[in-house]
Design a protein around this ligand. Structure first.
Ligand code: FAD
Length: 484
């Protein structure tokens, strides 16, 4: 395809860029996708990170409930195989059995250790998980007319609360409170801040509704399936194409930028009106992460063997301990015992390591741009709940915030969420507008995790941006577009 005759260019091939590109191509547009890295996929890349033969590590995302639930992916019916762990998430606690989150609401509630907390879990998390996709669709399209207004209102009354307050209000016992905190801490927001309770409720509900699966063979398979669909629709995609300036992008009526505000400022430069540029400069990034990947000679020796059934494990103990660790990160410090999010994909997908061996990754949150090495702190948290774990390590790979940003420029200061995800930037993402995907530059749209609905592999930022661009193209001139 030559530059002439292009209808759209997408810059960046993360899940949002890929979904945006597919959505535009489905409408009959001629689309070019430009990716800076040597591989497509952004947060969906997998590779031999530890350098050992036969071990496949996901560089970023692995556990993909949002992709299972997202309207954008549901519509695409992609050629991938989902692999489900026996347990959706586990939360080990000192001196007692781990809390296990199962697909089944009642089974999960029964393990919370108190009748009152079991009822509260069923009435809140269970209720959010029931009744179809209306609630999650509303949350992933936060600026559209809600599909399930009553369920959304019920969820919103609780979800607006900080996770600390919600956990203490709903539950009497440490087990349920800890489980909620472990879910809520995915947000990377201080758990004493508003809406962190909502993140916890949503992720817990998704464990029941769609599960917390991985893609068999590695997350890169999802990126490849999206790319295949894009090229089947006539799209053209190029890697190794770092866009440094909008002037380098071939002319097209629509340009989608799968970039965060800092890069948008660099790429669009002086073309942006000063007021909009100032608002982008004020955009706030959140904490970063320090990530470790391991190749292991066998499964992690969890003190509670039931944890071995879960692909996702939340390490950090009680709600109080997790909240304290996250508060320290928010205050710019490095907790000695951080909340650690660990993922053991082989539990669901043994294809990622040679016979009987395992891969494991874990990260903890650190202040944005931190240079600290958190290897010991993370490994101590794993050892706390799995004594002897270090003896299984065959190889290890570490990524601090700078290494993550080198891997993907969207991970500014190691922030894996595309920006702070607290209340102030939930819909003001990156600016307060009914259509935040649109920029003041004609035909130029933002579609990354720095736009609603924010972080995670769901493709909805790309979907919303592409649909907005298509609507504006249609209103400008009825072209040869198919209705989607
Ligand atoms: C360690 C880690 C673990 C995670 N775990 C999970 C998880 O288990 N589940 C989950 O749902 N989410 C997870 N996430 C979050 C998820 O990966 C992101 O929210 C998601 O990938 C964001 O998608 P995106 O399309 O907005 O951007 P990205 O996936 O970041 O993609 C942006 C792309 O744009 C490219 N690019 C940047 N600048 C330019 C340029 N100037 N020119 C051309 N190309 C450019 C980049 O190279 C990249 O390929 C994780 C993230 C990380 C880092």
């Amino acid at each position: 395809m030559t530059a002439d005759g292009l209808d759209a260019v997408v810059v960046g091939s993360g899940p949002n860029g890929l979904t945006g590109a597919v959505t535009l191509a489905q409408a009959g547009l001629k689309v070019l996708l430009l990716e800076a890295a040597d591989e497509f996929g952004g947060g969906l890349r997998s590779g031999p990170l530890t350098g050992l033969d036969g071990f496949t590590h996901d560089m970023c995302a692995t556990v993909l409930p949002l992709a299972r639930a997202s309207a954008a992916f549901r519509d695409l019916d992609l050629d991938i195989e989902w692999a489900f762990p026996a347990v959706q998430a586990a939360h080990p606690l000192d001196g007692q059995d781990a809390v296990l989150v199962h697909r089944d609401v009642a089974q999960t509630a029964d393990g919370l250790g108190s009748r009152r907390d079991a009822v509260a879990w069923r009435q809140t998390v269970g209720a959010a998980a029931s009744g179809g996709f209306g609630l999650v669709d509303s949350l992933l399209s936060p600026l559209s007319v809600p599909r399930a207004p009553i369920r959304l209102a019920r969820y919103g009354v609780l979800g607006v609360l900080p996770a600390t307050a919600l956990g203490r209000a709903l539950f009497n016992g440490e087990r349920a409170r800890a489980a909620l905190a472990g879910m809520a801490a995915h947000s990377m927001v201080d758990l004493r801040r508003p809406i962190t309770g909502g993140y916890g409720l949503l992720l817990a509900a998704l464990a029941h509704q769609v599960g917390w699966p991985v893609v068999r063979g590695g997350s890169a398979r999802l990126a490849k399936a999206l790319l295949r669909r894009f090229t089947e629709l006539g799209g053209v995609a190029e890697t190794g194409h770092l866009v440094g300036d909008l002037g380098e992008v071939p002319p097209a009526p629509v340009i989608l930028l799968d970039l965060t505000p800092r890069q948008v400022l660099g790429v669009c430069g002086e073309r942006l009106p000063p007021g909009y540029a100032r608002r982008l400069r004020e955009y706030r990034y959140g904490p970063g992460v320090f990530k470790l990947d391991w190749a292991l000679s066998g499964p992690v020796p969890w003190r509670d063997p039931a944890v071995g059934g879960a692909a996702t494990v939340h390490l950090g103990g009680t709600l109080g301990e997790i909240a304290n660790g996250e508060a320290q990160v928010a205050a710019g410090r490095h907790p000695e015992r951080p909340y650690v999010l660990a993922v053991q994909p082989c539990v669901a997908d043994q294809s990622r390591a040679p016979g009987g061996k395992h891969v494991l990754w874990a990260y903890c949150h650190v202040p944005n741009d931190s240079t600290a090495d958190m290897t010991t702190a993370i490994e101590n948290q794993v050892e706390r709940f799995a004594p002897g774990f270090r003896d299984l390590v065959l190889a290890r790979s570490a990524h601090d915030t700078a290494a993550l940003e080198r891997h993907n420029q969207n991970l500014v200061g190691g922030d894996i969420a595309g920006g702070y995800s607290g209340f102030s930037q939930f819909v003001r993402r990156p600016v307060l507008s009914p259509r935040p995907w649109r920029t003041p530059l004609p035909g130029v749209y933002l579609c990354s995790a720095s736009t609603p609905p924010g972080a995670g592999v769901h493709g909805m930022g790309g979907y919303h941006a592409a649909r907005l661009a298509l609507a504006q193209l249609r209103s400008a001139a009825p072209v040869r577009m198919k209705r989607i």
